[in-house]
Design a protein around this ligand. Structure first.
Ligand code: NAD
Ligand code: ZN
Length: 367
């Protein structure tokens, strides 16, 4: 039996359904929430080869009409070009306002299909079927959708909440280990931000998560989604100047700088950058005297125990500190020329700070 996690927001309420073999039961699970028995599936080539037939079979069995549109895998598909191609194909199909867009894939497909759904005819109903651990624990909850432009990542987008999320942990059995680790970093992040029990649970169960044990994965996804749903419910549109959704960026200022420096070419996965960023955020907090060194030691020990990247030196690439600093200063989260960071008073006690001295950041990068 799948676990149902209700997400209650000001303008939307939906369930995140978590469990095994959900894709092959998607028709029956979705029928009660679809406004019309017609859907358009957006997926990528890799996921299509693995899971599209099972999804199509289950829709057919439930009498739901569908059409599938497939894009190449990878971040490059979060582009205006792919967006235009999809919108053209959907309008050509003759959609109505009640036709539902289903995103079947990782965060790339979720963000892209979500933005297509948010903008086509000023908003089509939307369902997420996330197939990476990262998308199950992070991107499919919260309603952020979007694509990249030549000016940067996620600069064109909208908030668009789904009707339902089906997180099928069975799909994670085919996910490469590196992708699993990258998604797991976001679970660790949730614990470090505001759920110390979740972090303690990770210390005990992290190895089973990374061994893709279905029951442990279900529990991990449930806890991480519950945490994210709580944060999003309190700050649906990232309107709070401090705290709120901004806390979800713990480790991300460092992570984004590393990703950007490597040109988002796949050499460093987002979650790998986050893993290093988590350790650096705690190191910065210790350096600023707001966090006990024991907490930093616990974070680093956990990452290392699971062979996750925990420092820049763990990567087989050279970075220049000045370049990383420049990326952080350009980060769209910077306000009034001061460096904004999510820091922590300890495990599960993250907070936002707007005036972190650049020298301290530099020191942490060098160490
Ligand atoms: P992804 O969607 O590119 O998936 C990673 C790779 O795994 C792809 O090659 C994909 O084809 C493949 N794949 C997917 N499912 C698979 C499966 N079950 N088995 C085998 N292979 C599979 O990457 P991602 O890490 O899922 O998502 C990253 C994206 O998510 C980024 O664009 C990021 O900006 C976005 N994101 C969005 C939010 C949000 O709130 N909207 C939050 C975090 C990240
Ligand atoms: Zn992230």
């Amino acid at each position: 039996r799948p676990v149902r996690l209700p997400v209650a927001l000001d303008h939307a309420a939906y369930d995140v359904v978590i469990g095994t073999n959900l894709i092959s039961r998607a028709g029956a699970l979705l029928a009660p929430v679809l406004p019309q028995k017609k859907v358009i599936i957006i997926t990528d080539e890799t996921v299509a080869a693995l899971y599209l037939p099972a999804l199509e079979d289950s829709l057919r069995e439930t009498g739901i009409a569908f059409r599938a549109l497939t894009v190449p895998p990878g971040e490059q598909s979060k582009s205006l070009k792919t967006y235009e191609h999809l919108v053209d194909a959907i309008l050509e199909e003759g959609v109505e306002r009640r036709t539902t867009i289903i995103a079947l894939g990782g965060g790339v497909v979720g963000d892209l299909a979500g933005f297509v759904a948010a903008s086509t005819l000023r908003g089509l109903p939307f369902v997420q079927i996330p197939t990476t651990l990262l998308s199950q624990v992070d991107s499919s909850v919260g309603g952020k959708t979007g694509i990249n432009t030549r000016w940067g990542k996620n600069l064109l987008g909208a908030f668009h909440q789904p009707l339902c999320v089906l997180a099928d942990v069975s799909a994670l059995s085919t996910l490469p280990q590196r992708e699993l680790i990258a998604g797991y970093a976001e679970i660790v992040k949730s614990g470090l931000i505001g759920d110390p029990e979740l972090f303690a649970w990770c210390e005990k169960n992290g190895d089973s998560v990374l061994a893709a044990d279905p029951d442990t994965l279900t529990e991990a996804v449930r806890q991480a989604c519950a945490f994210k749903a709580r944060v999003v419910a309190a700050d649906e549109r990232e309107a709070q100047a401090s705290g709120g959704r901004a806390l979800l960026n713990l480790g991300h200022t460092f992570g984004h700088a590393l990703e950007a420096e490597l040109g988002y070419d796949g050499r460093l996965l987002h979650g790998e950058g986050v893993s290093i960023g988590l350790k650096l955020a705690f190191a910065l907090s210790v350096k600023l005297g707001v966090c006990a060194p024991e907490d930093l030691a616990r974070v680093e020990a956990h990452l290392r125990a699971l062979k996750m990247p925990a420092s820049i030196g763990d990567l087989p690439y050279c970075f220049r500190v000045a370049d990383l600093m420049a990326h952080m200063q350009r980060d769209k989260k910077m306000q009034d020329g001061r460096l904004s960071f999510v820091l922590a008073h300890g495990i599960g006690k993250a907070f936002t700070s707007r005036d972190v001295p650049a020298e301290m950041v530099r020191d942490v990068l060098i160490e």
